[in-house]
Write a protein that binds this ligand. Structure first.
Ligand code: NDP
Length: 237
């Protein structure tokens, strides 16, 4: 049973489809329920097991209720894929402070809400796996990525902290993608950053490349903890 946040498009959608096709039961969560239902309808018609749930990861109580409901109905959760994210790139001096807040809320608080929701269940069960979709932005800062990178450095640090502190029965993985084709960059409003992204996007990977990394981390034997995977397009430096 794998719970994936941000499963309505891009990497989350590709991961949900791939894991369901591999035989996992998938709970696909995001805000756009119509998009999720279209995906789950298609995946179900292919004979795989998936369900859709509306979730805004910035709502801590909603995250915790969803986890409680899944555990109640299904008995357990094996894996949380913390994938929901926002990348509203801009120069700091553009002062798009609401967008800074949005990225902190989704990329950092949203991730923590997921960890807070599943950790007691994983500890009680003596088993579990947290997979964070961070970014190459968790390893380097480029012009316009200061706040986004800060949230992804935070995502990296939180996931590493979880690995160090949690019971050894809990597996912890950070996956850091390079540029991937998705809707992520379409939300950028600053023209300078949007233009810069067009250059990066010329060499982007398909979301399936990242979904494959998630599947690899999950499919290892229980005593193998894949801690970090960086996946870049070959042309990305
Ligand atoms: P998309 O924009 O296609 O997907 C982002 C997903 O996050 C959507 O499904 C969206 O669903 C969901 N989301 C956003 N805000 C919230 C929220 N408040 N609550 C719940 N879900 C939310 O982009 P990607 O697939 O590319 O992004 C997925 C992850 O991969 C992100 O964390 C991103 O930072 C990371 N990443 C992406 C890279 C890329 O080049 N594409 C590179 C490196 C990392 P909805 O709007 O329905 O809620």
């Amino acid at each position: 049973m794998v719970l994936i946040t941000g499963a309505s498009s891009g990497i989350g959608e590709a991961t949900a489809r791939m894991l369901a096709a591999e035989g996992h039961h998938v709970v696909a969560a995001a805000r756009r329920l119509d998009r999720l239902q279209a995906i789950t309808g298609e995946v179900t018609s292919q004979g795989h097991s998936i369900e859709a749930h509306e979730l805004d990861v910035t709502d801590r109580a909603a995250f915790s209720s969803l986890v409680a409901r899944i555990v109640d109905e299904r008995g357990h959760i094996d894996v949380l894929v913390g994938n929901a994210g926002a990348m509203l790139l801009s120069r700091l001096d553009s002062l798009l402070v609401d967008q800074w807040d949005r990225m902190i809320d989704v990329n950092v608080r949203g991730l923590l809400h997921g960890i807070a929701a599943v950790l007691p269940h994983f500890e009680h069960r003596g088993q579990g796996h947290v997979i964070t979709i961070a970014s190459i932005g968790a390893h380097q800062v480029v012009g316009t990525s200061a706040v986004y990178s800060a949230t992804k450095y935070a995502a990296w640090a939180l996931t590493e902290g979880l690995r160090l502190e949690s019971d050894p029965s809990i597996r912890v993985t950070t996956i850091s993608p390079g540029v991937v084709e998705s809707e992520l960059a379409t939300h950028i409003t600053e023209p300078f950053a949007a233009e810069l992204m067009k250059e990066y996007r010329a060499a982007s990977l398909s979301a399936d490349a990242i979904a494959g990394a998630v599947v690899y981390a999950i499919d290892q034997p229980d005593d193998v903890d894949v801690n970090e995977i960086v996946v870049r397009p070959t042309r990305q430096r």
